[in-house]
Design a protein around this ligand. Structure first.
Ligand SMILES: Nc1ncnc2c1ncn2[C@@H]1O[C@H](COP(=O)(O)OP(=O)(O)OP(=O)(O)O)[C@@H](O)[C@H]1O
Length: 492
């Protein structure tokens, strides 16, 4: 169909000319044309000859995304545009914008809002910015505000399974609760198939950064668009077993300096992100080895191979044709139980034990664990592996030297990460970077900090193993959006 519509919006001297191709919606006024990817068009409807169009876009490059609603009266230029032709034109536009990109129209969404997350603005941000987008896209909303810690866990545990996605208006803490609620659902496998779409209003919004990338990771309109138009992306999660209790972790487990940064500076929240810089410097001065023994069932140590696999995944991994989240259950599961654990705490075959003292241990999934902190740069959503970063004490001074020379402008915690920020790649240095099926930690001292997805856990023996593709996220890309460039190895 090759029609154009002339739409006179109040106060414009000339009518807008609306047209589209298979990929873009074009909005022309005079000599200026705005091109909007069809993925960003969320609604068009008419009442008589008045047409309303809604899309998510940026006012200018570099601006955050926002909802634009354009309403005007269709004008005939020469030949009369019949109503049925106009309807067919609009329907084709909607079809290309939804089904054409593999997305069902008018999703049924469960929305969980934590009014206490981050700066406590989640509810207001939802009302002002997110809900208008979801409503404009004619989604059906079932909205609930949490009233206490643990509430999101209970909601997820008992949720009906017929939602197209669960929209979490909060930070990573609530995602952790929801995934654990799903894991305790009477049909855990089916519950974990409900895709999660985070709206970043917490303190730590690592998942949103990984899904949307650094530019849009904190943009609530981009996140709302993802809830409307994102495609299901399978993602691995971990079972963490400690004292016979099994917890689902989706992002990270940290011990030593890394955990001290988060947990050990809780009382300094008033400092904002500066508390991490403070914690890092304090950790350096204290230079405390982390009293643990690490064992792992490794799959890959070669960082070049990891990088190449990452690139290949990004080139070929775009998810298409994923209108539902109903992939078959994994082997041996009928949806009524979590997959059984593959490794016992005494399993030794194929396991390696590291006998060197560590400054910290950080393991997880998803490149970013927080703003500008790319802990696991070559992490893949669904390789069935956990990325483990272990910093040996012996190489500390070299690591600091390298970190600081790589990122002279970032004299803070992010510089100390195995890979820091969007443009650096420090993984070639003295950090041990391992991809593994599983790992276990035995504390060698009674006291220490241990954080799981940012939450405090007891400093006691634990074991972690991966479950490939067990959970589901909504994603615009089908891969983690974090940009990561390899640099050449430093000369010895
Ligand atoms: N209504 C509520 N009142 C108090 N705490 C709540 C409420 N709802 C959820 N919580 C708690 O808020 C925490 C999660 O917050 P969020 O998801 O924003 O993660 P976060 O960014 O890591 O947290 P925070 O902003 O608190 O640091 C969880 O510990 C959860 O139990």
């Amino acid at each position: 169909m090759n029609h154009q519509i002339h739409l006179r919006v109040t106060a414009t001297k000339k009518p807008f000319v609306l047209s589209y191709t298979d990929a873009e919606f074009c909005l022309t006024l005079g000599h200026t044309t705005r091109r909007i990817p069809l993925r960003q068009v969320i609604a068009i409807r008419r009442d008589g000859r008045t047409v309303d169009l809604s899309y998510i876009g940026r006012k200018k490059n570099g601006d955050p995304m926002s909802l634009t609603k354009l309403a005007g009266i269709v004008e005939d230029t020469g030949e009369h545009l019949e109503d049925d032709v106009l309807d067919a034109w609009m329907e084709t536009l909607l079809h290309l914008s939804y089904e054409g990109t593999g997305v069902k129209r008018g999703r049924r969404l469960k929305v969980i809002i934590n009014p206490h997350g981050g700066t406590k603005k989640g509810a207001a941000i939802f009302d002002k910015t997110v809900e208008p987008i979801l409503r404009a896209a004619q989604c059906t909303l079932d909205i609930i505000h949490t009233t206490r810690g643990g509430h999101a866990y209970e909601i997820a545990k008992t949720t009906s399974l017929d939602y197209d996605a669960m929209v979490i208006v909060s930070g990573d803490g609530l995602i952790h609760e929801v995934l654990n609620g799903f894991a305790h659902h009477e049909q855990p496998i089916n519950a974990l198939r409900i895709p999660i779409a985070p709206i970043p209003t917490g303190t730590g919004n690592g998942l949103s950064l990984n899904i949307l990338g650094m530019a849009d990771g904190f943009d609530v309109s981009a996140a709302a668009l993802n809830a409307v138009k994102g495609l299901p992306m399978k993602v691995d999660v971990f079972s963490l077993t400690q004292n016979s209790k099994r917890t689902i972790s989706f992002m990270s487990q940290g011990l030593g300096l890394i955990a001290d940064l988060d947990i050990g500076t809780e009382h300094m929240r008033w400092m904002g992100e500066a508390r991490f810089t403070y914690g890092f410097l304090r950790g350096l001065i204290q230079f405390k080895p982390c009293p643990i023994q690490l064992s792992y069932k490794a799959v890959e140590f070669d960082k070049d191979k990891m990088y190449d696999t990452l690139q290949k995944r990004r080139e070929t991994g775009k998810v298409r044709d994923a209108t539902t989240h109903e992939s078959p259950p994994g082997p041996g599961t009928d949806g009524t139980a979590l997959p059984p654990l593959r490794y016992s705490s005494t399993d030794e075959e194929g396991w390696t034990t590291l006998d060197k003292p560590l400054l910290y241990l950080y393991a997880g999934k998803g490149p970013y664990v927080g703003r500008d902190f790319m802990a696991f740069p070559v992490s893949l959503p669904d390789d069935g592996l956990i990325d483990i970063v272990a910093q040996e004490v012996v190489s500390l001074s070299f690591a600091i030297f390298v970190s600081l020379t790589e990122c002279p402008s970032h004299l803070e915690v992010r510089s100390f990460s195995p890979s820091a920020g969007a443009n650096s790649s420090v993984i070639y240095f003295q950090f041990k970077y391992i991809k593994a099926y599983a790992y276990r930690v035995k504390p060698l001292a009674p006291k220490g900090n241990f954080s799981v997805d940012g939450e405090v856990f007891p400093f006691e023996e634990f074991q972690v193993e991966t479950h490939q593709g067990l959970a589901t996220l909504l994603s615009p890309h089908g891969y983690y959006a974090a940009e990561f460039a390899r640099r050449s190895k430093p000369s010895a």
